[in-house]
Write a protein that binds this ligand. Structure first.
Ligand code: SAH
Length: 244
């Protein structure tokens, strides 16, 4: 399971970063990526990491979620709230089983949000799946390091078991390639007049879900982008023809 990456987004309390490192090491995970941590490095983080300061020392600090997950194909956002976002929702156990199959060929990212506000919709948009830890419905938000603990435990168990689901096709596109495609798609839909800025967010969320579910490979993404370019080109050809 050392191909599983734990990503913390804009963590406010350095103690939670240390406690996350400890939770990970207990469950044999070591790859920690911090997206714009509020205070880091910090003595409090080191103290809370206890004997897991090696995980902390190896943590990578990056500027954006896109940088943290660019090379991953399977990106799972961990959410305390069940949102109206129509995303494939997994249990911690399903998450671990899916990850256990995928780690054989590519890194897997599990993304955790801010203590105050969780993950934004734009960040969830970059995930192929969401995971929710079942809780007391009246008190559903775990401390972020404890959420990491629950998922890391399931990941360790799944890593030891043969019960893996291998759903991702072998040459499935990376997150960076998918994001490149989504940016192109949004631009093309706008250019051909299919959508306007008001409707775009909701539509793009639906389309993201569709294409994530299809898990296209790199070549298929390139074909789709070729179609988009042709549509964009044809549109400007029509405009030229109308103008002449
Ligand atoms: N007030 C925030 C909760 C943030 S808790 C909100 O309403 O979204 C910090 C992070 O811990 C969350 O972004 C999520 O990644 C993780 N987390 C907490 N409770 C969780 C749960 N029940 N299931 C999955 N992830 C959870």
């Amino acid at each position: 399971m050392n191909n599983v990456r734990i990503v913390l987004v804009q963590t406010s309390h350095p103690g939670n970063i240390g406690a996350t490192a400890r939770a990970m090491k207990n469950m044999c995970l070591s790859e920690l990526v911090l997206v714009q941590p509020r205070v880091y490095p910090s003595e409090e983080a080191t103290a809370r990491a206890s004997g897991a300061d090696d995980v902390l020392a190896g943590a990578r600090v990056v500027d954006s979620l896109a940088d943290a997950i660019a090379d991953c194909r399977l990106v799972i956002g961990s959410s305390a709230r069940l949102r109206s976002v129509p995303w494939p929702l997994l249990t911690p156990r399903e998450t671990a089983e899916l990850a256990a199959g995928e780690v054989r060929s590519a890194p897997v990212a599990i993304v955790f949000g801010r203590e105050s506000s969780g993950l934004s919709n734009q960040e969830l948009d970059m995930c192929s799946h969401l995971v929710n830890i079942p809780t007391n419905p009246e008190y559903s938000s775990l401390n972020v390091a404890m959420a990491v603990q629950v998922l890391s435990y399931e990941l360790m168990l799944a890593g030891d078991s043969a019960n893996v689901r291998c759903e991702m096709p072998e040459r499935c596109a990376s997150n960076a390639e998918m994001e490149g495609f989504f940016g192109h798609l949004e631009q093309a839909l706008d250019e051909i007049g299919f959508t306007d800025a008001r409707r775009s967010d909701k539509l793009m969320r639906r389309l993201r879900r569709l294409f994530h579910r299809a898990s296209p490979d790199t070549e298929e993404v390139n074909i789709l982008r070729g179609i988009l370019s042709a549509a964009q080109g044809r549109k400007s050809m029509r405009r030229d023809a109308a103008g002449s």
